[in-house]
Design a protein around this ligand. Structure first.
Ligand SMILES: [Mn+2]
Length: 309
């Protein structure tokens, strides 16, 4: 597993920046603005190299709010050209992750709107560019597990931004709204990793959630627990039986096999793995009992440095 992805940011204007990204960054109509956005990405790569990172995640807000505002084809082509320039500035061992999103902050058209657009841009860059799936970046009811399977089939699934959502890009705690969907996604991941014909690299796992009503560390613990539960349940799927049921079109049995795994309570199994590795059996309870948040705040106050809270 890799936890070191760098994110560039050309979706928010910074105080010292010369040109605004109000009308786009890597796709902007003006070359000066595009050059500025490309230079920012190159700076991020430089900083990342010093920090020991090996990947760059690019998410763009580029798009338009009204029909006619932008020429779709030219905006996409400019984006591809800018991405190639950034890609070529990456060290050979780096990966580029291209994140897509259907809408917001633009509400008519988005340049990298879906996995297919990300996939074609990644292909246009080269073998070290991949698609990044953020679970909240889909239109309602999109079959995300199908997207995961397709990308793994082509060896182009770079990584994940885990979160959960009810309506849009809600950035809620992983597994808090749709745990069955999370399980189905892990089911495809497990299958894809075990049947890796196109050498998909190990996906980079990231949590991209945002909460102002919870202690973020407690929320991360809840997210990690949900990920471990879904992963463990996916490992329980009897793939041999599933293949047999699929081959005889036994639809009822296919559903039984998946739901049997999903309905298995794996929490004691996860506790046992924690015990074996010397970890706390109940991380959230331990965190509260030991007052770790308070300890870290005191520590930070004393040293005057951020501790990552
Ligand atoms: Mn994201």
């Amino acid at each position: 597993m890799v936890f070191d992805a760098m994110n560039s940011n050309t979706f928010q204007d910074q105080p010292l920046q010369k040109y605004s990204y109000k009308f786009g960054s890597l796709s902007h109509i003006s070359k000066d603005t595009r050059d500025q956005a490309v230079a920012h990405n190159k700076d991020v790569i430089k900083i990342g190299t010093e920090l020991g990172s090996e990947s760059l995640t690019v998410w763009l807000a580029d798009g338009s709010n009204f029909p006619g505002q932008t020429n779709f084809k030219n905006a996409l082509q400019r984006t591809q050209d800018s991405l190639i320039e950034i890609y070529e500035a990456m060290p050979a061992n780096w990966k580029m992750f291209i994140e897509y999103k259907p809408y917001e902050p633009n509400f008519y058209h988005t340049v990298i709107q879906d996995w297919g657009t990300s996939y074609l841009l990644a292909n246009g860059c080269g073998g070290n560019a991949f698609t990044l799936v953020d679970l909240g970046h889909h239109l309602p009811n999109t079959n995300i597990e199908n997207i995961v399977s397709t990308l793994m089939y082509k060896g182009k699934l770079g990584g994940f931004h885990f979160n959960d959502s009810k309506y849009g890009d809600d950035d809620l705690t992983v597994g808090s709204i749709k745990p069955y969907q999370l399980f189905l996604i892990f089911n495809e991941l497990v299958y894809g990793m075990n049947n890796n014909t196109n050498h998909n690299p190990n996906p980079t796992w990231m949590i991209d959630a945002s909460h102002n009503v919870k202690d973020p560390l407690e929320d991360l613990m809840q997210s990690l627990e949900a990920i471990m539960i879904a992963y463990a349940q996916a490992l329980l799927v009897d793939h041999k039986k599933l293949v047999e049921a699929q081959q005889s079109n036994d639809v009822v049995m296919c559903q039984e096999i998946l739901q049997d795994a999903f309905r298995t309570d794996v929490r004691s199994l996860i506790k046992e793995s924690r015990r074996l590795s010397g970890g706390a059996l109940d991380p959230l309870g331990t965190y509260r009992e030991l007052n770790i948040r308070k300890q870290l705040i005191t520590q930070r106050g004393r040293s005057g440095r951020a501790t990552g809270l």
